[in-house]
Design a protein around this ligand. Structure first.
Ligand SMILES: *Cc1c(COP(=O)(O)O)cnc(C)c1O
Length: 441
C-alpha cells in the first residue's frame, strides 16, 4: 500500500486521492481549493507545521533539557501568520533582515526570543533590531561585532551576541548552499585561528555580552554524522577557549539544514532521532572535556515548513515537439518557485486532477516567464491526456518558495492559503495588478 502511494507520488501522509482522481491535501480537494482561491496557489497545511514544531521541541527538550531551543529560520517562510504560529507554539525564531523583524513585530512575536543573522548587517539594520529589542545578534565577523558594540554603547545597553564560526565541514551537498567550510562567505574560521581572535575582541567589548557560538553546516543534510562532527569541533573549541582565555560559552547553536523530502528517492528523516543522537554525543563530549553542557539550539527552517506546502497551477499550453521534447506550461513559474532555475532543485510534480491516469508522457513543466531557464522541473511523468485547464501540483514547496518569490514580468505573487482543521483561509492574499503599481511614483 505504501509502495502504491509512493508510485503515485504521494510522498507524505497528509496527501491522498479522492474518488474522482483528484489530489487531496489534509483531506481537502485541490480542485475545490483552486476554484475558491485561483491559481497559482501556495497551500500550507498549518496542522502539519504545528505538529512539526511540537515534535522538534519535544525532541530537543528530551535531548538537552528544558532550556534546549528550537529557532524557526523564518527566511524559509516569512509572513505574519507563520510568526503567530511560532509564537503560539513557543518556538524561537531566526530573522535576517529588518523586513522579517517588521513582519514578526506585526504578528506580536516577542522579539526578545529572536536571533538576528545575516552576513552583512548594515548600521541601519543593527539600529532597527536593537530598537525593537531583538534578543540575540549572531555576529558574522569582527567588523560586525564593533558595529554592534557601537550601537549598544549609543543606546546604553548590553547586547547578547553569538559568534558565527565555520567548523570547516563540507556537508557534501550542493556547493552553492554549502556554508560550513573555511572558505565560506559566512562566519569566522576556527581552523585559521581567526575565530579565537574574534572571541578575544568580543570579550573586551563593554557593551557586548558574548553568550556563545553558532555554526550552520549547509542545507539538505540527511546524515546525522554531520551534526556530530560539527558539535565535536564546536565543543572542542569551547574547551580551548575555556583553557586559554578562561571564557566558558553558555550557548551552542548548531544551526539548521536538516533534509526534507522533495522526491521519492530521498529518505524520510526522523528529526527526533537525529536530535537525540546529537544530545547523547554532546553530553558525553562535555563530560570528557570537563566543560558545562551549554544551552543547545537548533535552527530548522526547511524541515519545519517545506513538506506542509503544495503549489497548485493550471496547465496552459501543452507543446509536443516530436522526436525531441514535450512541454507543459503552467500559469506560474520562476516567479513563485525559482529553486530549479537557481540550483537545479528536484521536485515531485503531479497531475492533480488526473492522479489515477497512467503517466505515459515525459515532459518539462515550465513557467510563463520570458526566460528559457524558467523551468519548474524536467522529465516529469504525466498522463498523455494532460491539457489546458488541468491542475498541476508541485510538492514540498512550503520553504523558500513564497519567501523567494518575485514580480519578474510584473507577475503578481500568489496567495498563501492555510489548511487548518478541515477549513482553509488566506494568510497572504493574492497580489493584484494595482498592488504592482503602488510603488511607482
Ligand atoms: C538558512 C539558515 C537556516 C535554516 O536552514 P534550513 O536548511 O532551512 O533548515 C538556519 N540557520 C542559518 C544561519 C541559516 O542561514
Amino acid at each position: 500500500m505504501e509502495k502504491d502511494r509512493e508510485a503515485l507520488g504521494l510522498l507524505f501522509d497528509h496527501l491522498d486521492i479522492g474518488e474522482d482522481g483528484v489530489l487531496r491535501i489534509a483531506g481537502q480537494d485541490c480542485a475545490a481549493l483552486a476554484a475558491r482561491y485561483g491559481t497559482p496557489l501556495y497551500i500550507m497545511d498549518e496542522d502539519r507545521i504545528r505538529e512539526r514544531c511540537r515534535s522538534y521541541l519535544g525532541a530537543v527538550r528530551d535531548a538537552f533539557g528544558a532550556d534546549g531551543q528550537v529557532l524557526f529560520a523564518s527566511k524559509a517562510a516569512s509572513f505574519k501568520h507563520i510568526y503567530e504560529i511560532m509564537k503560539e507554539e513557543g518556538m524561537g525564531i531566526d530573522v535576517v533582515s529588518c523586513g522579517e523583524i517588521r513582519t514578526a513585530l506585526a504578528a506580536g512575536y516577542p522579539l526578545s526570543k529572536a536571533y538576528f543573522h545575516s552576513n552583512n548587517k548594515t548600521d541601519e539594520d543593527i539600529s532597527y533590531a536593537m530598537a525593537h529589542g531583538v534578543g540575540t545578534f549572531v555576529a558574522d565577523n569582527e567588523e560586525e561585532l564593533y558595529a554592534v558594540e557601537k550601537e549598544a554603547m549609543k543606546r546604553g545597553v548590553t547586547q547578547k551576541v553569538l559568534l558565527r564560526l565555520t567548523p570547516g565541514i563540507d556537508p557534501h551537498t550542493f556547493e552553492a548552499v554549502a556554508t560550513g567550510r573555511v572558505d565560506s562567505k559566512f562566519g569566522s574560521a576556527i581552523e585559521t585561528g581567526q575565530a579565537e581572535q574574534v572571541v578575544k575582541e568580543a570579550l573586551a567589548l563593554p557593551h557586548v555580552r558574548l553568550t556563545g557560538f553558532h555554526c550552520h553546516v549547509g542545507s539538505q543534510v540527511f546524515d546525522s554524522g554531520i551534526y556530530l562532527r560539527a558539535a565535536d569541533v564546536m565543543l572542542s573549541f569551547i574547551a580551548e577557549m575555556k583553557a586559554r582565555l578562561g571564557y566558558e560559552a553558555e550557548e551552542l547553536d548548531l544551526g539548521g539544514s536538516l533534509g526534507v523530502r522533495y522526491v521519492k528517492t530521498q529518505p524520510v528523516l526522523d528529526y527526533g532521532s537525529v536530535i537525540r543522537s546529537v544530545g547523547a554525543f554532546v553530553r558525553e563530549k562535555c563530560a570528557g572535556l570537563g566543560i558545562r553542557m551549554p544551552r543547545v539550539s537548533f535552527e530548522p527552517g526547511r524541515s519545519i515548513v517545506a513538506d506542509s506546502g503544495v503549489t497548485l497551477y493550471t496547465a496552459g499550453t501543452v507543446k509536443r515537439i516530436p522526436g525531441y521534447k514535450n512541454y507543459i506550461s503552467v500559469d506560474g513559474g520562476m516567479t513563485d518557485n525559482v529553486r530549479y532555475a537557481l540550483y537545479g532543485a528536484p521536485y515531485t510534480v503531479l497531475p492533480a486532477t488526473k492522479m489515477t491516469e497512467p503517466r505515459t508522457m515525459k515532459a518539462s513543466v515550465v513557467g510563463r516567464c520570458c526566460e528559457s531557464g524558467d523551468i519548474i522541473q524536467e522529465d516529469v511523468e504525466m498522463p498523455a491526456s494532460i491539457r489546458r485547464g488541468d491542475l498541476v501540483a508541485v510538492l514540498t514547496t512550503g520553504a523558500y518558495n513564497y519567501s523567494m518569490a518575485s514580480n519578474y514580468n510584473r507577475i503578481p505573487r500568489p496567495p498563501v492559503v492555510m489548511l487548518k482543521g478541515g477549513t482553509s483561509f488566506e494568510a497572504v492574499r493574492r497580489e493584484t495588478l494595482d498592488d504592482l503599481v503602488r510603488l511607482d511614483v
